[in-house]
Structure formats: C-alpha cells, structure tokens
Write a protein that binds this ligand. Structure first.
Ligand code: TRP
Length: 372
C-alpha cells in the first residue's frame, strides 16, 4: 500500500497526519506548561502552528537558571522569499525579543546548489544575498544576530569536515533517503547542516540552542543530536521546535512555490498592494458559502478558510479581535469578501513596513553578516 503521506527534508506529499509524524519521529507535543511561558510570543508559537518539540522544556529551564541559551535556524535560498518562508525567522525573532538571546542564521546556498538541478552557482549566491536582506528586515538585534552564508563564510567547512567524518554513508542514506542518482553533494550536505546547528556552540562554547524549523527538517535535528554527544565534541544536544506546513492561498498543504500555480498561491515579500489584493480576492480558499444568503443563514467555516488562518498565524495578534472575527464569520455576520478585506489590509501594512526595512537592510549587512 502506498503511504498516505511522506515528509522528508526534500519532499512533502499527501495529507500530513501530524500526530502520526510526531510518534514516528519520537518528538513531544508542546504542552500547556510550555505555552504558559510563551504568552507574549508570536502567534505562530502561541496558536499551535508550532506543535511539537525536542527538549524545549530543557532550553527554558536553562534560561530560567541564568545559563546561556541561543536560537539557530537557517534558510535554503532557492528563490526570492514568500510569506511562508518567514515562519522560522518570525519565531526566532520572537524568542530573541523574549529571552534576549543570540540568534544564528546559516544560509545554505550550497544545499540549494546541490539539490536544484537548474540552480547555477552564481544564482545560488544571488538568492542568498537577496534572502539575507529579507531576514535582516524582520528586525533582529545587531550584535546578537549572526548570519553566515556557506559559500562565503568558509570557516564553517572545518566544522562540517569534523562532523562528516563521524557520519557513515549508510546512516546518511537511511536518514535522508539518498538515491543512487543523487550527486554526492547530497550526501555531504547533512554534515554542513549539522555544523550549522552546532555552530552556536563552536562559536560561543557549550550551551543549549533551540532550532525552530518545519517538521520536515527533523532528520537533521536527530542526526545532530547524536553527533553532539560524541566525545570529540561533547556539546549539548540541540533542542527543536517543529512547525506544521503553512497552507498556500489556495488551501494546499504547504505554501510551496514549487506548486504549479505558484504566482497565485503565494504572497511574495516583494508583492505590490494591488498584487496582494488581487491574489487574495481571486485565490484565497474560502470557508464561506456559495451565496450571501446561504452564508448569512448557515455561516462560514473559519477552520478551512485560508484568510482566517493567515490572520490567526501571522496578522492578528490580539486574541479578542481574532475571536470576534472567528465568531462573526462562523455565524454568518461577516462575509467572505469582508474577511478577505481585513486580511488584505493587514498583509499590505506588513509588506509596506517590510519593504522599507529591506531597503534599510542594504546598509546594515556589516552588522549582521559573518565574514571570514
Ligand atoms: N535546510 C533548510 C531548508 O531548506 C535550511 C537550513 C540550513 C536550516 N541550515 C539550517 C534550517 C539549520 C535549520 C537549521 O529550509
């Protein structure tokens, strides 16, 4: 029988069953006890998009004891960035704001160069530089935020080599589903990402880091946790926070631009106000009824409505306001067009700010980017 869904770092297909995945991977659910400590966090952390973890309770305990803690999460610069790509970085920023900790952001231009058949070396560099501006624009703290690009910050290589020596080919093959036809860059890359995840400890000494990532990246976390314990390194095992996939505008499981109709199904960070409005009006999957009359009578379904879900995940941090939108939509008082209009205004306000901050970031690179 074919699997109902598949989740690997390089492919996500089918209808993902998250509780099954948690069991399969051996991760823990985010408990109310943890949530209590995240009351001021970004909605992505508070409202269940981050649903699973490894040792995040330990990370919080270390912080409470006054020990050093840090956050590390990266970006594979495969293209320009869309809203879904921001998820781990919004969370990293939120953790930095709450816990005043260092944040490390590796940019795996090498990964995308190896994996994407049509990605030239030059393009990988261009996207890396482009994406770094979007990341800085989110407002990370200078002096506490370290961005590094694999093809530029080549000091990372010596760490990757020490790690690569400890990973057998058969381990990598099993953990990442390597295929005979894959180029050998694919087999080396996991050592690189493990080096990213341990970099905070190579750089600042032994302490616990947390890695906010999509659950598809967990194989890297498992591998790195094993390596951390080897006597050669004697590092703390990194903690992790796992996110569900963000639905595309059209309601697909993942906001992925590899989908056929990418231009319509994602909100690019470079979109104009008009593009955002048009896309949301035309393509955002609606939980509303077919006619206004029926909608007024029976109400809509916020759980499947992508506009509502985006407000919940990203754009309406106020719980009371969100609940009112939810209840009004469910009762039929709020129409789909009106709900979409709320989202359009929120997205455009966010992007206006973002695009300005991105311009400013061009002169701030030196404050954030590690050079050799
Ligand atoms: N592989 C990740 C992706 O494709 C990006 C990434 C690189 C990363 N290094 C990392 C994520 C370290 C978390 C931690 O999205």
């Amino acid at each position: 029988m074919a699997k109902e869904f598949e989740v690997t770092p390089w492919e996500v297909s089918g209808e993902v069953n998250y509780s099954k995945l948690m069991k399969e991977f051996g991760t823990q659910p985010i408990t109310d006890k943890i949530l209590k400590k995240l009351q001021n966090a970004h909605p992505l952390l508070r409202r269940g998009i981050y649903f699973s973890h490894r040792d995040f309770d330990k990370w919080l305990a270390a912080y409470e004891k006054g020990d050093m803690v840090s956050v590390i999460t990266g970006r594979g610069p495969s293209e320009k960035m869309h809203l879904g790509h921001l998820v781990p970085f919004l969370v990293a920023k939120s953790l930095q704001d709450m816990f005043d900790c260092d944040v490390f952001i590796p940019i795996s231009d090498d990964e995308k160069f190896y994996i994407k058949e049509n990605m030239s070396y030059e393009d990988a560099l261009v996207y890396a530089e482009d994406n770094i501006l979007d990341i800085i624009a989110l407002g990370f703290k200078p002096g506490k935020t370290f961005i590094f690009q694999d093809f530029v910050y080549t000091k990372i290589y010596k760490y990757a080599a020490q790690i690569a020596k400890k990973i057998t080919y058969s381990t990598a093959k099993a953990a990442f589903g390597l295929k005979p036809e894959n180029n050998i860059g694919w087999s080396f890359y996991p050592a690189m990402q493990a080096a990213h995840i341990l970099f905070p400890q190579f750089y600042k000494g032994r302490h616990i880091s947390v890695v906010p990532v999509g659950i598809d990246q967990d194989p890297f976390i498992r591998l790195t946790r094993d390596i951390a314990g080897f006597k050669e390194f004697d590092f703390e095992k990194p903690a992790a926070l796992h996110a569900k996939f963000v639905p595309s505008l059209q309601g697909g499981a993942k906001m992925s631009s590899s989908e056929q109709s990418a231009e319509q199904s994602v909100i690019w960070l470079s979109d104009s106000e008009k593009e955002v409005a048009d896309k949301i009006k035309k393509h955002a999957f609606s939980g509303g009824k077919a006619t206004v009359e029926e909608h007024r009578k029976k109400g809509g379904d916020p759980e499947i409505d992508v506009s509502f879900q985006y407000l919940k995940m990203f754009f309406e941090p106020d719980d009371k306001k969100l609940k009112k939108i939810h209840d009004d939509y469910k009762s039929g008082k709020l129409l789909t067009g009106e709900l979409k209009q709320i989202l359009i205004e929120k997205v455009n306000a966010f992007l206006k700010n973002h695009q300005k901050a991105r311009e400013k970031a061009k002169s701030q690179l030196g404050k954030f980017v590690l050079l050799n």
